[in-house]
Design a protein around this ligand. Sequence first.
Ligand code: G3H
Ligand code: 13P
Ligand code: ZN
Length: 288
Amino acid sequence: MITTLVPVLHQAQLNRYAVGAFNTNNLEFSQAIIEAAHEEQAPVIIQLSPKAMVYGGKALFCLTQELAANTDVPVVIHLDHGRKLSDLKLGLEWQMSSVMMDASALSFKRNVDATKEAVRLAHRHRASVEGELGTIGGQEDYVTGDDQNSYSLDQIKIFAKETRVDALALGLGTSHGLPVKNEHVDQNILKQARAAVTTPLVLHGASNIAPLVIRKAILNGITKINIDTELRQPFTGAVRHALATDHRLFDPREYLGVARAAVKERVKQKIRLFGSANKANYGYPRFR
Ligand code: G3H
Ligand code: 13P
Ligand code: ZN
């Protein structure tokens, strides 16, 4: 069944676990993520970036929606890193149950204004909204190094109060994509943020971060954890291996099938690490 971030992250916060937010690019990723959630009886967030929306079109959304609507576990279908209101409008028109407004490249005031507008729009559709403060490395490299935690505790409080976002991503030292030097999770800033607001907090760029660091971040208050690269790696690795070891292969279902199984296994591992296995039965409300 399809639901929003609100009940899913509320339960996570209450019971001190985190819900995995996994990016999809195609049929096999959507199947792998939703089957893994079903087998682990876990709530799950499946997300499409604007690039995935262009790559897969509405068809990618519709097949993901079909899989989500027909599973017994709660699934949030979320827009990841929407940077323009037009991305959000399209996602909401397609009936995504949740959207992210990432206006973190703008000044604080313009970020607040853009996120407020996103919340007004999404809440009219009964969808949830994630906002972002600070910088996550990799795709947001226009701000570098020390600037990544360039927000104050006061700004976190003002942002949460003014925008009324349902989840808040913070730049905490992680990076999108393959691991980079000095990647870390600033647990001190996280603890202070947790004490300052009740808004569920989100960790982006969480692929290839050590399990102990992830567990600590959950203890310190993270309730949504974004993973993309660590699904792309086993998928591509499995395709590469299958094609390299059997030169006669020509049926895509054979090499995409093993790649899908590899993604499913990785999603299951993450669900167990995040503590969200067997948390699917809190009576979550259906989206719309
Ligand atoms: O944070 C970004 C996600 O990993 C999505 O990446 O824009 O290549 O789809 P993408
Ligand atoms: P990774 O690239 O570390 O998987 O981060 C994914 C992410 O944050 C998607 O929003
Ligand atoms: Zn991200």
